[in-house]
Design a binder for this molecule. Sequence first.
Ligand code: BG6
Length: 484
Amino acid sequence: MVSRVIPVDPFDLVIFGATGDLAQRKILPALFRRFCAGQWPEGTQIIGVARRAQDDAGFRDVVRAALHEHDPTARSNAQSVAEFLRRVRYLPLDATQDQGWGDLASLLHADRIRAFYFSVGPSLFGPLAERIKAHGLTNAQTRVVVEKPFGHDLASAQALNATLARYFHESQIYRIDHYLGKETVQNLMAVRFGNMLFEPLWNSQYVDHIQITVAETVGIDGREDYYERAGAMRDMVQNHLMQLLCLIAMEPPAKFDPDAVRDEKLKVIRALDTVEPHHIVRGQFEGGQDGAGYRAVVGNPRSTTESYVALRAHVSNWRWAGTPFYLRTGKRLVARSSVINVMFKDAPHSIFGAAAGRHANMLSIRLQPNEGITLKVTIKEPGQGGMRLIDVPLDMSFAEALGPENQNPPGAYERLIMDVIRGNQTLFMRGDEVEAAWAWTDPIIAGWHARGDVPKPYDSGSTGPGDAELLMKRDGRHWQGINP
Ligand code: BG6
């Protein structure tokens, strides 16, 4: 089984903020890989835009260095790098000034797909959108791509949506949540809606609860200012974990098309209850052998920003009433592991009697690393001595099941940028979806501020604060381990 590469139509991609961290680490390496895969047709061009004064050659040196650092194949692939760089240009431009836009216009092809990637802070979305429009840079095939964070709260997200809507139609706006570009996250939909096996059981009658864990070993180094203002709730829960929750909880859309999928996700977010304060735990990592604690890293000894959140959410609809969703995410934890565990209920009656113990099925969907699925099933313990039961894993690693040629599927940014070019918005967040997610998040954060809540300390390299265990224990449940 080899992944198919379907070439896209020729395009002009303008990256605003092209000398910034995201462009260097993610966007340009992703474009390079799609170029090497043969997905770009002849004539396609990338135009880097930033304030820094430099020419094409200077920018190409910057891009070459970025590829060498962020793409493991680039160093040994000098010819492809050189061919890629021939298609890369640069234009110095200040988003808040009116000079230089005519030069940008002259680089663009009239009837070609035209994507403007706003890899800049949200304060520049408005000035950029306004000038793109005012200087006549749009054509019939224009799209704009915006990155997270999409706002800081509901009001700012509404303001951003209103600003973009002044210049672009919703069908032209691509709001990125890179989790949706991950192969295994898309696989959640394939597992749920491509198999007859799971969907009939996918409801509160059969599912006791669901655990969604996104654990990271990294800290926040290099992003202190942003993170201190955001915290785990805004940085991870409002977007990435919310998207995972939506894909797990949503009703089957009639079609895999942008509005059908996003309508269903929106219904899930709108069905979420307000989270009670005692159903949420915030944590902040302490220093350890392998690094400083959160407060030292951000240089604020009194910081109350959380680097960890665990919470219990409820989707109040017919399918999920009574089945809690436990979400947790944190920095500097014991392992990097994103997993969704669907915990089924016990069988209603054990014909083997109390001695056989209680056994429940669990479906684990591992998103990263070691992508795969495990189904815990109950069987007879071998041997004499009566009917004793044990749980064993039916374990599937995607890498093994799909073969070596599928070990490196396109990364999230590769997939998403090509979807922008194709004009497919299915894996991008719609404006109303983002606003609904903020509407759920805002009261939680406001509650912390009103109560002067201080996050619980946890050891770096641990599974998070002890209170997160209590959150589950109180409900007679426990978290599954965080394993690499
Ligand atoms: C980003 C967050 O959106 O996602 C980071 O801002 C986080 O804090 C990252 O580390 C996690 O992404 P991934 O792809 O490494 O799971």
